[in-house]
Design a protein around this ligand. Structure first.
Ligand SMILES: Cc1cc2nc3c(=O)[nH]c(=O)nc-3n(C[C@H](O)[C@H](O)[C@H](O)COP(=O)(O)OP(=O)(O)OC[C@H]3O[C@@H](n4cnc5c(N)ncnc54)[C@H](O)[C@@H]3O)c2cc1C
Ligand code: SF4
Length: 470
C-alpha cells in the first residue's frame, strides 16, 4: 500500500487573517474545499481496526481517542472515494452532531492525538476538518440526519437541559421511536454550545439547525422553562416514563481575592453570554470598548474570553495565568489564535487583590509572581507564590475564567437522587439512585467537554430504552 501521508503534507483548515477576524464574530476557520478534503483524506492509512477490534489490544488509533468511538477510518475511506452519502451515514451513526463536534473538539488531544501517523514527523490526519466538510457537503446535497421519523412513537421521556448531553440523549431517543420533551431554562437551546463557546468558534445556526430537524421529527422543546422546585420535578416524574438530567456545571469559581465584588469584575459566562446575545439582539450590559481587560485563567474559557474582549473593542487584553504556557490546560491552537489576535500573556502570575477607586470601581489588579513546586497526587506541579513579589497591572475590567462547579438542586433530594460531595448525581450506568432518572454530561462529572457530554447522552439513551423495555 502506498503511504501517501509522506507525500501529502498535513493541512489544517485555512484561517481568516487575524487583522480581519478581530473585527467580527464570524468563524475563524474556513471549511475544506472538495479538493482539500479529498487530498487530506488520502493521508489516512486505514489502520487495520476491524482486525484489531475484539482483540485484547492496547493498540491506540483514532477511534480509541474519540470518546464517541466514531467510525473515523470508515468515513474517511468514503470521502476518499467521493461517496459523501456513505460517509454522512457512517459519521452520524455514533455521533449525534458530527458537524458540531468536528468544530469544537480539541482534536489534537482526542482522535488526532491517537491517530497512528500522529506519532511520525508528518502529523495526524486532519480528522476534525474532514468531519465538518463531509457533513456540510451532505447538507448542501439535501441529506438530513435521521431522527426516527418513520417510527410510531411510544413512551415519553423528559430531558432537563438542552446542552450537548441533553441534545444527544434526545437525538438517540428520537431515533428509537421514543417521544421526547426538552425543558430548558434559557431562551435558546444548546447549553454552552450556544451561550459559552463563542460564535467565532462555532456559528450558532449550526446548532439551531439540528434543533429544527429534531422538532420536525417530533421533539417538543420548552424554552424559558427551568426545573427549579420540588413541585416542578414532581410534575415531571408524574407525567413522564423516564427523565434525563443534563443541567451542566453552571457555577463559576471565585478567585477569593479582596474586592472581588468591585464594579468591573465579571464572571466569564456573563461576558460570553452577553457578547453572544449582542449578536442575536441589541443587548449589552458590560461594555468592553476602549477598556483595559485582564482575564484570569488559562483554559479554553479564558481563551474564549480574551478573544471576545478583543472583538468587543478592548484597548488592551492580558491573560494572567499561574503556570507557564506549556502547562495551560486548554487547546494549544486557541492560544496561538489569541496571540495572533494581539492578546498579551503574563505567566507565573497569580491574582492577589482587586484595586478599586472611591466608587468601588476596578482600577487595577495586584498580582504575585509564582513558581512551580513538587508534583501533587495527579502529577501536576503545585503552584507556589513568591513572597514579596507583588506588582500591579492597571486595568478597568477583570474577567474570572477559573473553572466551574456543580449546583445541587433542591429537587435532587426530593426525587431520591443521591449526590457526591460536589453535588453531582451519583450514577451507575447513567442511572441515578431513582431508577426512573438518568443523568450525564457536566452534571455528573464536572466541567469537561462537549464530546464527553454527547457520549453520556448517547449511552444514557440506550439505558433509558432498556429501562422502558421498548
Ligand atoms: C466558555 C466555554 C468554552 C468551552 N469550549 C469548549 C470547546 O471548545 N470544546 C469543548 O468540547 N468543550 C468546551 N467547553 C465545555 C463544554 O461546553 C461543556 O463541557 C458541555 O457544554 C457540557 O454539556 P452539558 O450538556 O453537560 O451542559 P451544558 O452545555 O452546560 O448545558 C446544560 C443546559 O442545562 C440548562 N439548565 C441548567 N439548569 C437547568 C434547570 N434547572 N432546568 C432546565 N434547564 C437547566 C442550561 O441552561 C443549559 O442549557 C467550553 C465551556 C465553556 C464554559
Ligand atoms: S467527535 Fe471529536 S474526537 Fe470524535 S472524531 Fe469527531 S472531532 Fe474527533
Amino acid at each position: 500500500m502506498k503511504r501517501k501521508f509522506k507525500e501529502i503534507p498535513k493541512q489544517i483548515q485555512r484561517k481568516r487573517p487575524a487583522e480581519e477576524r478581530v473585527n467580527d464574530f464570524y468563524p475563524v476557520y474556513i471549511e475544506f474545499s472538495d479538493e482539500e478534503a479529498k487530498n487530506q483524506a488520502q493521508r489516512c492509512i486505514t489502520c487495520p481496526i476491524d482486525i484489531m477490534r475484539g482483540l485484547n489490544s492496547e493498540f491506540e488509533f483514532c477511534r480509541t481517542g474519540c470518546p464517541l468511538n466514531n467510525y473515523i477510518p470508515q468515513w474517511i475511506k468514503a470521502v476518499k472515494k467521493g461517496d459523501i452519502k456513505k460517509a454522512f451515514k457512517l459519521s452520524n451513526e455514533m455521533s449525534p452532531f458530527p458537524e458540531i463536534l468536528g468544530r469544537v473538539c480539541p482534536h489534537d488531544n482526542l482522535c488526532q492525538g491517537s491517530c497512528t501517523i500522529a506519532k511520525t514527523e508528518h502529523g495526524s490526519v486532519a480528522i476534525g476538518a474532514i468531519e465538518v466538510y463531509l457533513n456540510e457537503r451532505a447538507f448542501e446535497m439535501g441529506l438530513k440526519p435521521y431522527y426516527g421519523e418513520d417510527k410510531k412513537r411510544k413512551k415519553r421521556v423528559a430531558v432537563i437541559g438542552s446542552g450537548p448531553a441533553g441534545m444527544s440523549c434526545a437525538t438517540f431517543l428520537l431515533r428509537e421511536g421514543i417521544n421526547v420533551e426538552i425543558f430548558e431554562k434559557s431562551d435558546r437551546p444548546g447549553g454552552l454550545l450556544t451561550y459559552g463557546i463563542p460564535n467565532f468558534k462555532i456559528d450558532k445556526n449550526v446548532i439551531f439547525r439540528r434543533f429544527e430537524w429534531m422538532k420536525k421529527a417530533g421533539l417538543k422543546l420548552h424554552l424559558n422553562k427551568s426545573i427549579e422546585t420540588k413541585e416542578d420535578m414532581k410534575k415531571i416524574l408524574d407525567e413522564f416514563d423516564a427523565v434525563f438530567i443534563g443541567v451542566g456545571a453552571p457555577s463559576g469559581r471565585s478567585a477569593r481575592m479582596k474586592n472581588e465584588d468591585a464594579k468591573g469584575v465579571y464572571h466569564v459566562m456573563d461576558v460570553l453570554t452577553r457578547s453572544q446575545k449582542i449578536i442575536f439582539e441589541d443587548f449589552d450590559e458590560c461594555d468592553l470598548e476602549g477598556k483595559r481587560v485582564v482575564v484570569l485563567g488559562g483554559g479554553d474559557s479564558a481563551m474564549d474570553a480574551v478573544r471576545t474582549a478583543v472583538r468587543r473593542g478592548a484597548k488592551e487584553v492580558t491573560c494572567v495565568y499561574r503556570r507557564d504556557e506549556e502547562n495551560m490546560p486548554g487547546s494549544k491552537k486557541e492560544v496561538i489564535n489569541a496571540k495572533e489576535e494581539g492578546v498579551k500573556f503574563k505567566f507565573y502570575t497569580a491574582p492577589k487583590e482587586v484595586k478599586v477607586n472611591e466608587n468601588n470601581e476596578v482600577i487595577g489588579l495586584v498580582c504575585q509572581k509564582t513558581e512551580l513546586g513538587e508534583p501533587d497526587e495527579s502529577g501536576r506541579r503545585r503552584v507556589k507564590v513568591v513572597e514579596g513579589s507583588d506588582f500591579e497591572i492597571d486595568c478597568d475590567i477583570i474577567i474570572l475564567a477559573l473553572g466551574f462547579d456543580n449546583v445541587k438542586f433542591e429537587w435532587y433530594e426530593s426525587a431520591g437522587i443521591e449526590t457526591d460531595k460536589w453535588g453531582c448525581p451519583l450514577v451507575k450506568n447513567y442511572q441515578t439512585s431513582n431508577p426512573k432518572i438518568f443523568a450525564g454530561g457536566d452534571a455528573i462529572r464536572g466541567a469537561d467537554l462537549a464530546v464527553t457530554a454527547a457520549r453520556d447522552g448517547r449511552e444514557a439513551a440506550k439505558k433509558i430504552k432498556e429501562f422502558l423495555g421498548v
